[in-house]
Design a protein around this ligand. Structure first.
Ligand SMILES: [Zn+2]
Length: 225
């Protein structure tokens, strides 16, 4: 083997390694906040047509009107998470008020879905240490996100927003979307894009355990989980 061939091989391998480091995450979990609404049924159908299961974070006061769409979602392996009763800033609540927000929604979930959620997402991602203690006591795991679609602000840019953020990540990641009319416009394209990049949509439980395994490795990151 000549020196030139060896150099070529070395450069080729370096390029491959760099590409591997720049790869997209291999898996994501999609989460949809502020459900259920009048749009949930159509969102559930789009997800089912793409064999994709997500986690819907529900607002308790919206359940009595639209819960049936989520019963269908559960039958399609989606999960339900607790997102309070009426979407307050929980850092401003007393402990008693927070407990009421969570348990009222929990009771409705048990009534409509026969199950108690185990994941909690604070409205707007805001929570403090005292909230965390209450959530721990109630048996909830607080889940935020790594990729924010900002679809409630600029829905027309949600797809570009998600794909550009994913390009900077290599770890399994949680994506935040919202249950709203505009989501129906970009969701099919987002699901097609994930498929094209071979990024698997997996359950929240899998992403959380995979990220935990990675944090146990010396490969440290300063990314917020
Ligand atoms: Zn919300």
């Amino acid at each position: 083997m000549t020196k030139k061939t060896l150099l070529g091989l070395y450069l080729g391998l370096s390029l491959l390694t760099n590409q591997a480091l720049l790869a997209w995450p291999t898996e994501v979990a999609i989460t949809i906040d502020d459900a259920p609404t009048i749009n949930t049924q159509a969102i559930v159908s789009t997800l089912a047509a793409n064999s994709c299961s997500v986690t819907f974070f529900v607002i308790g006061e919206q359940l009595p009107k639209y819960y049936s769409a989520l019963q269908q979602a559960l039958a399609n392996n989606c999960l339900i998470g607790n997102h309070t009763f009426d979407h307050p800033n929980i850092t401003k609540l007393t402990d008693q008020q927070l407990v009421s927000q969570i348990t009222t929604t929990e009771k409705l979930c048990q009534e409509y879905f026969g199950t108690k959620p185990i994941y909690f997402r604070p409205p707007a991602g805001r929570y403090n240490g005292a909230n965390q203690l209450t959530l721990d006591r109630l048996g909830y795991q607080t889940v935020t996100w790594q990729v924010d679609s900002r679809d409630w602000q600029k829905p027309e840019k949600a797809l570009a927003c998600v794909t550009s953020q994913l390009a900077e990540l290599t770890w399994p990641s949680i994506i935040l979307l919202h249950d709203q009319t505009e989501t129906l416009n970009y969701l099919p394209d987002l699901l097609a894009w994930l498929k094209q990049k071979n990024i698997q949509c997996v359950g929240l439980d899998k992403i959380i355990s995979d990220r935990k395994k990675l944090t146990e490795k010396p490969l440290a990151t300063n990314r917020k989980f």
